[in-house]
Design a binder for this molecule. Structure first.
Ligand SMILES: [Fe+2]
Length: 367
């Protein structure tokens, strides 16, 4: 009776893990983060010492780690396993789960990974990751804790988890393809706008690079960095609405022309506004010519009222403008441009962000 109750409890706990992980799955699109969370749960419930997820590389006919948890995870990540080799290679090739209670007694066992990582594998439970009938990878847990062995129950649960992992891996890679396509499309549009004016060719791309230098120093958050990247790409897209005779004018602009030119952030904002995915970037783009002292345009916002991303783009934009030739003046050297940024730090530019940019520039020397 007691053992039945115990069994039931175990089953409930396992079921809870499955439900829990499906909830995790629906919320996270970053594949590394997602797999780490899911495999941590898998280890917990199966009382394993480590776990990994492999993806098949169709071209190279081998498998590479996309997640490797446990003491030697970092070392393991560098290694690739040939198709058909070892337990993982066998599972990938046959598309069937495999329970190996003692690896020393299994001829399929490939000690290459252990030799390289100095990890000692005792037992393995590995399941194929199958999407629409095709094996795309393998997930495994290693070494049941306390010198015990993985059992059939573990195998069943892990196979069920494998289905969800497979879908998540597939979704994440579809999402990443879509994301790349989206980014390259807007880059192409912006490059076309930049090309309208021979003096600003490549401008947006460089602004992205500079803005991300500051961004990386501020945060590791991928969504925030993506926000910086896309805002920076699009900050001048509204120049498409500025007549060529103003954009490409070889001399100084008249007051009226200047006033018209200063409307480009509004045009940029108006372009992104109707696009649902880009809506929240509107303020970053609209305010990229505001000044900390409140004398910028279009709204004369003061200090921290200017969105952080707009303050970042402002520095990146000014730096690129100074270091490239313009119709009415030659470019400044990088060093002079950095000095200029410092000179206007606290009035035109955010002091802290200028400090970060100057430091990053000195460290990376990205020319
Ligand atoms: Fe601008």
């Amino acid at each position: 009776m007691t053992s039945k109750v115990f069994d039931l409890r175990r089953k409930i706990k396992r079921l809870e893990t499955l439900i829990d992980t499906s909830m995790v799955f629906s919320g996270i699109l970053d594949i590394d983060e997602l797999l780490d969370t899911v495999m941590q749960k898998a280890e917990e419930v199966m009382e394993a010492e480590a776990s990994s997820v492999f993806r098949i590389d169709e071209k190279r006919k081998d498998l590479y780690f996309i997640t490797a948890r446990g003491e030697k995870g970092k070392e393991a990540k560098e290694i690739r396993v040939p198709m058909g080799k070892g337990i993982v290679g066998w599972v990938a090739e046959h598309g069937k789960p495999l329970l190996v209670p003692d690896v020393r007694k299994d001829r399929r066992w490939f000690r290459g990974v252990d030799e390289k990582t100095k990890w000692v594998t005792r037992s393995i439970l590995a399941v194929p990751l199958i999407v629409k009938g095709k094996v795309i990878g393998v997930a495994e847990v290693l070494n049941k804790k306390g010198d015990r062995k993985f059992d059939k129950g573990d195998l069943e649960l892990f196979a069920a988890l494998g289905n969800q992992i497979a879908i998540a891996v597939e979704n994440a890679s579809l999402y990443s393809d879509l994301d790349k396509l989206f980014l390259s499309s807007i880059r192409a549009i912006v490059e076309a706008v930049d090309a309208k004016d021979p003096y600003t060719r490549g401008h947006s791309g460089r602004v992205v690079e500079y803005a991300l230098q500051i961004g990386h120093a501020l945060t590791g958050n991928k969504d925030r960095l993506k926000e910086i990247e896309i805002s920076a790409i699009l900050h001048d897209v509204g120049k498409i609405g500025i007549p060529d005779k103003i954009l490409g004018k070889p001399g100084r602009l008249t007051r009226r022309e200047q006033k018209y030119m200063e409307r480009h952030p509004e045009f940029s904002a108006a372009i992104v506004e109707p696009i649902e995915l880009l809506k929240k970037l509107r303020k970053n783009i609209l305010h990229h010519h505001e000044r900390i002292d409140g004398t910028g345009y279009p709204n004369g916002l003061l200090g921290n009222r200017i969105p952080l991303v707009a303050r970042i783009i402002c520095i990146a934009d000014a730096f690129d403008a100074m270091t490239t030739d313009r119709p009415y003046r030659k470019r400044k050297s990088m060093r002079t441009a950095l000095r200029e940024l410092k000179r206007h730090s606290g009035s035109q530019f955010d002091e802290r962000l200028v400090d970060i940019f100057v430091t990053e520039f000195a460290n990376n020397d990205f020319r």
